[in-house]
Write a protein that binds this ligand. Structure first.
Ligand code: ARG
Length: 457
């Protein structure tokens, strides 16, 4: 494809340099936004009397033809084009003649690419938030099914206190709701139009930036043309929000992998989301969860790559910035795939109530409640804590759990013990009594489910 900037130099660029410089191999993804931006720009030029209405009509029709031909597979991207912007303009001029050459009046590829990328990321962000909603729906579905299942809650990966499995799952729902909020925040800040900033300094033409901003669904336009073309904060913000999505997915993935091991046996993943081993017939591997955990590194890498590209970069546009796209494309694609497979994997996994309960019955996870029982009888917490600790040591030495001790045994540690101790330290009671706001009690769990359901709507 002939260079648009041929006037300045007649020497052909080296083939390797051309390939190295070209971005069409990946920025072709922006074709729709590029054409949308050009249509808005042409309309603005006509509205401001810079183009005639007839010229505008020819340009718009030509651009729409290009769009439908690309989508119908009738127009292939030319790999020798420098980028998507050059490609669309060249095809347009080829098709509509000299008037095509007028489209680039009062604009530059610098404001064009900044506009295209914002439009693209706006749609992609919406898609990610929709996928987060689907995952939240899967979590709620699982939480509703497992509302009465008691499971050990852990600290330091040691059994700590009994909780409802639904409470544990809903902790993830809270994280994903915050993730959606972060993405929406970033989109809100991003949604201003850089179009009309031109190369960096604005233009001598009497343009109307609000006009294009409105046509493209932006809330306004960037107030400083230099910032308009050189800002990629929105990429960093979105990449960082996506990195956190992956952090949360990877923690969830790790737990699902643990839970589905023989050692835990808390959940069984549906066969549709596991693989077998080529050699060990007994294996059922949680590959999807493991891959999600693994892909987290990629997305962090995309964030760091983007930050590093921007570090120390002088104003305004520099070609370094062409490196922005592959980072964000990769991150959005990766996160979309991970969320896409995670939601049905969570919705279809089977929780094993008995195994959970069995695990919760060991490890003295009601020892805190035993201490609280004594506090209820008038013992100060610190001494109650000591007594409870001594009883645990006794149980370990005698291979018993707390509920198995006789009342006499209890009383040998503290005369305040009574028959009602058994009811108070039963796992069900331990959970039910945690009625504090945000605790694992059933009312709190139901409130959380409502909150998440409200968010999904
Ligand atoms: N392909 C370029 C990019 O992605 C478009 C902007 C080029 N601008 C320029 N002055 N060379 O960043």
């Amino acid at each position: 494809m002939e260079k648009m900037w041929k006037g300045r130099s007649e020497v052909a660029t080296d083939k390797l340099a051309d390939d190295f410089n070209s971005s069409i191999g990946f920025d072709c993804k922006l074709y729709k936004q590029d054409i949308e931006g050009s249509v808005a720009h042409a309309k603005m030029l006509a509205g401001c009397g810079i183009l005639t209405a007839d010229e505008c009509a020819v340009l718009v029709e030509g651009l729409q033809g290009i769009l439908s031909d690309i989508e119908a597979g009738k127009l292939a991207f030319d790999p020798t084009a420098e980028d998507i912007h050059m490609f669309v303009e060249a095809v347009l001029t080829e098709r509509v003649g000299d008037v095509g050459k007028k489209l680039h009046t009062a604009r530059s590829r610098n404001d064009q690419v900044a506009t295209d990328l914002r439009l693209y990321l706006r749609d992609e962000s919406e898609n990610i938030v929709a996928l987060i909603r689907k995952l939240l729906a899967a979590i709620v579905e699982q939480a509703n099914k497992t509302k009465t299942y008691i499971v050990p809650g852990y600290t330091h990966l040691q059994r700590a206190q009994p909780i409802l499995f639904a409470h544990h799952l809903l902790a993830y729902a809270m994280m994903f709701i915050r993730d959606a909020g972060r993405i929406n925040d970033a989109v809100r800040r991003m949604n201003v139009s850089p179009l009309g900033s031109c190369a960096l300094a604005g233009t001598t033409y009497d343009t109307d930036r609000m006009y294009t901003a409105k046509l493209l669904g932006f809330d306004g336009y960037t107030l400083n043309s230099i910032d308009g073309v050189s800002d990629r904060d929105f990429c960093v913000e979105l990449l960082s929000a996506l990195s956190l999505v992956m952090t949360h997915l990877s923690r969830f993935a790790e737990e699902i992998i643990l839970w589905s091991s023989w050692e835990f046996g808390f959940v069984e993943l549906d066969d549709a989301y596991t693989t077998g081993s080529s050699i060990m017939p007994q294996k059922k591997n949680s590959d999807m969860a493991e891959l999600v955990r693994g892909k987290t590194g990629r997305v962090y890498g995309d964030l760091i790559a983007m930050l590093t590209v921007l570090k120390g970069l002088p104003l305004a546009y520099n070609k370094d910035m062409q490196e922005d796209k592959e980072c964000v494309f990769d991150a959005f694609e990766t996160v979309a795939k991970c969320l896409g497979v995670f939601a049905p994997m969570v919705a279809t996994m089977k929780a094993n109530k008995d195994n959970m309960y069995r695990a919760a019955s060991k490890g003295f996870i009601n020892a805190t409640d035993l201490a609280d029982y004594l506090v209820g009888k008038g013992e100060p917490f610190r001494s109650a804590y000591k007594v409870s600790g001594k009883i645990v040591a006794y149980c370990i030495a005698n291979d018993k759990v707390l509920e198995e001790l006789s009342l006499d045994e209890f009383r040998s540690f503290d005369p305040l013990f009574d028959e009602d101790v058994y009811g108070e330290i039963s796992l069900a009671a331990c959970v039910q009594k945690r009625t504090s706001a945000g605790g694992t009690g059933i009312k709190s769990v139901e409130k959380q489910i409502k909150f998440v359901e409200e968010f999904i709507k």
